[in-house]
Design a protein around this ligand. Sequence first.
Ligand SMILES: [Zn+2]
Length: 256
Amino acid sequence: MLKSFPLDQETPAGKAIMGRLGKFPIPQKGFPPAYKTYIDFNMSDSYERLLEGNRIFVARKNHEDPTFFQRLSVGQQPKYLWIGCSDSRVPNDQITSTNPGEIFTTRNIANLVDHTDMSMLSVLDYAVNHLKVDHIIVCGHYSCGGVRAAMSNQHHGLLDNWLRNIKDVYRLHHEELDAITDVDERERKLVEFNVTEQVFNVCKTSIVQQAWVDNKSHLPRVHGWVYDVANGEIKRLHVDYQTDAEFHDIFRFSDK
Ligand SMILES: [Zn+2]
């Protein structure tokens, strides 16, 4: 597989990597005169390429910012919680051009927010009550295999129980969805409805409800986005909440 990695030829780390990759041709023509250049090399699909990729990552980061890892080792202060799909095509830091340390993250199939999912609840609680993130982003994506599977009547084994959550989203919006004759369009609409419902689910958790009641100075804001794997763009949906005013009283808590 042919891959490209930015590499600094002038630093010791860059030279060391170039030395390891010495058997591969290094293009010299047509590259900017600056120290940064790009090399293409063949690497097998084995796990080794991940380790080599890590070495390149470390070298690049150390060159860009020699204190980068030292700073991160002190702790994290992310401003964002990202609830996304596990799909390999939606790496939240890459598609938002952010660095390690900037986004607290939980991902699962089809970016669901299930109020019985202890993993998700623990992440949400830590993000809201300890890290005190400013923004909670539920980001779905078009061409989501989970959403597609939930739209079908096919068995997918254990996964069917997880996808049942999406079937419920379909049931809630079946009139609008059934009216869309184009299957791809219907699927895209279900992706959007699914994000919207998961945003509602975040807002309805005791964690966010309590934060909105207790922390008048710090109100986490919940957003719903959809990423398009076909063009790399993020679309903001019209779901954006920082108060419980739009939610039924039944979800509110009071210590009185
Ligand atoms: Zn997905």
